[in-house]
Ligand binder design. Sequence first.
Ligand SMILES: Cc1ncc(COP(=O)(O)O)c(C=O)c1O
Length: 319
Amino acid sequence: MKKIEDFPRIPLAVLPTPIQKLENISRILGTNVYIKRDDMTGIGLGGNKVRKLEFLLADAKNKGAEIVFTTGGAQSNHAMLTAACCKKLSMTPILILKKRGVTDRKGNILLEYLMNTDVRFLDTDDSADVYREMDRVGQESGKVYYKIPTGGSNAIGALGYVNCVKEITEQTDIKFDYICCAEGSGGTHAGVALGAKLFMPDTRVIGLMVDTDPFEEITTNIMKDLAAMLELDLVPTVDDVHLKNVAGPGYAIPSPEGNEAIRMMAENEGLFLDPVYTGKAFGGLIQMAREGKFGPDDNILYLYSGGAGGLFAIDVNLD
Ligand SMILES: Cc1ncc(COP(=O)(O)O)c(C=O)c1O
């Protein structure tokens, strides 16, 4: 078995991120809700992608890359954080974004503009077109380039979340019955679920799906790749993957449950969830609590994965 420390990593995040109890929301929901502050990873506006980028950009550097490509929707938090981390490491980010969502200079696009980032939109929904465009631009540059997939969701990126689970066990004695996280491209959930298998075998991990991709298969595959990369004696299966669909009317379209969660968190805890990922995911947690899934003595850890940029791009109407 390999250790996480055996893999190249560039420290970018401020770790460990705090774990806090949401006292008011715990009272409202009748269970113990804690929050892992991965919105405070310390670069850009914080967020889950920084943990992935520590491993992905180390791999890119080791391969001699000067240019780093990535992709996502127009308001991708991952793309913005890739740009921020690359700028910090003096690498050149080029974002080839799908023309999907708010493309005006708002939210993450504004932040990319502030960082003087090369952002290009491609009018396609097919990822193959995007990766072809990356190769075309990369080859034309004559430089070594590195392609990071949507959301940084491959085994190398997901290592960041295996590491996050290890971090949780080292920072607190609280035994979490559940860890809940937003799921947009699968890497965070896969890393946490594999990390839980290794370090917290009694904890159930739930991915709250904000999109309609086949996440059972996607998450299992990333977990399998992780297990192989770490040379583990186990082969993850679909039985290790627990999901709940919270996409509502569709990806990046606010849902009533997500909006209620944004209001509940802001009004009771002074924290700001976003309409695309963390609001909908927390909305799913609220729903599970109301359905009686969690007991009064259960400890639930909500992975607050950032995403504040989206709050300033998308119209959130709570009325
Ligand atoms: C704020 C935020 N939370 C959660 C996620 C979901 O993480 P993952 O893409 O690893 O499934 C994303 C990205 O998709 C995100 O930007």
